[in-house]
Design a protein around this ligand. Sequence first.
Ligand SMILES: [Zn+2]
Length: 173
Amino acid sequence: MAFPHRDSVPRAVDLLGVLLVPAPDPASVVRVLRDHGEPDVRLSAADVAELHAAAVELREVFAAPDVASAASVLNRLFAAYARPPRLTDHEEGYGWHLHADAADDGPWGPWLVTSSALGLASLLAERQDVPGGLCASPSCGKPFAHTGGGSPRRYCSPRCATRERVAAHRART
Ligand SMILES: [Zn+2]
């Protein structure tokens, strides 16, 4: 059994990766949604603009320097976007799970904010620490989540970690 709140965290990270650019490519957004089990999505220009605005708000959770700041950003997002929690079993393979947006076919912006915020809040409560961060590579800065154990990460991907290690090595020699 998959846990949608945990699934919503990697989905948020992947969506922010394509949405946090000046002009998000609708096809890339649709591809990420499809990769995360939202089939046959059609997005208007207004939908993409709404998702972009939601991504900018969610980025603040990843930019928060400590757990208390991350929690207050999440609480602010819940206050602004969430509706009373409701249980639903409409999604194939997930069983009963919580939603906090207005409706199953509601607008994209509040959907992205509330589904991601629920997942990030669960992860924060589980870790008792920030749920994620922003890539320490100056040329990247993409969000990443602290899922999986191990030492805290600083980079979004092995590729960024390697690039910065090579750059630091070059700077020394
Ligand atoms: Zn990176």
